[in-house]
Design a protein around this ligand. Structure first.
Ligand code: IMP
Ligand code: MG
Length: 188
């Protein structure tokens, strides 16, 4: 039987917390103010990437006070559980009409850049006015598969594997409200 205390056992798997729920909430509010200012009077569509980006999307869309719509694309990158191979497959396209709209791609993390590159290229096919990227996390890396330019960055973090707030390890930890680094014994 699972009990309500199980959530804290997820938290116990963390070596340390990088970003608290409160830090994330505050930063998203700041980003929303920038987005409202930049997209006032423009037809804005937020497009998030399944599955990691949806928690960020859910919080960001409710912080943005100007009218907008949102949609989701599906993308999966193959590789080991903790690093991307750079090969990305699109599993779901958008259904909202993007022609002449101002698209903002909402992603949990900019890591190797492979996913963002492929999804951005896919969205361009729909002839939007613009496609910009909003990433909650920006991993400091010496080398990426693709350099993409990110218009809104939530936080810069070191090149470590993190979980929580949509980010998973083996599909677990997405529901953690904070973002943290797993204890070594969890993945060794
Ligand atoms: P990419 O390497 O930039 O293509 O990132 C691909 C996907 O890998 C991201 O959308 C995340 O879902 C996942 N990812 C990258 N870094 C991490 C991490 O530190 N923790 C959990 N998932 C990650
Ligand atoms: Mg993942």
């Amino acid at each position: 039987m699972r009990h309500s205390s199980d959530k804290s056992s997820l938290q116990d798997d963390l070596e340390y917390v990088i970003l608290t729920e409160e830090q994330i909430r505050k930063r998203i509010a700041e980003m929303a103010r920038e987005i409202e200012r930049d997209y006032a009077e423009k037809e804005l569509v937020l497009v998030s990437i399944l599955k990691g980006g949806v928690i960020f999307l859910a919080d960001l869309t409710r912080e943005i006070s100007i009218p907008h719509s949102y949609d989701m694309v599906g993308a999966s990158s193959y590789g080991s559980q903790m690093s991307s191979s750079g090969q990305v497959t699109i599993t779901k396209d958008v259904t909202v009409l993007l022609k002449n709209k101002y698209v903002l791609l909402v992603e949990d993390i900019y890591d190797t850049g492979a996913t963002l590159k492929v999804v951005k290229d896919l969205l361009e096919v729909h002839s939007p006015r613009s496609v910009e990227i909003c990433a909650l996390l920006w991993k400091e890396k010496k080398k990426r598969h693709h350099e993409v330019s990110i218009k809104y960055i939530g936080f810069k973090i070191p090149d470590v594997f993190v979980v929580g707030y949509g980010l998973d390890y083996n599909e677990k930890y997405r529901n953690l409200r904070c973002i943290g680094v797993l204890k070594k014994e969890i993945y060794q």
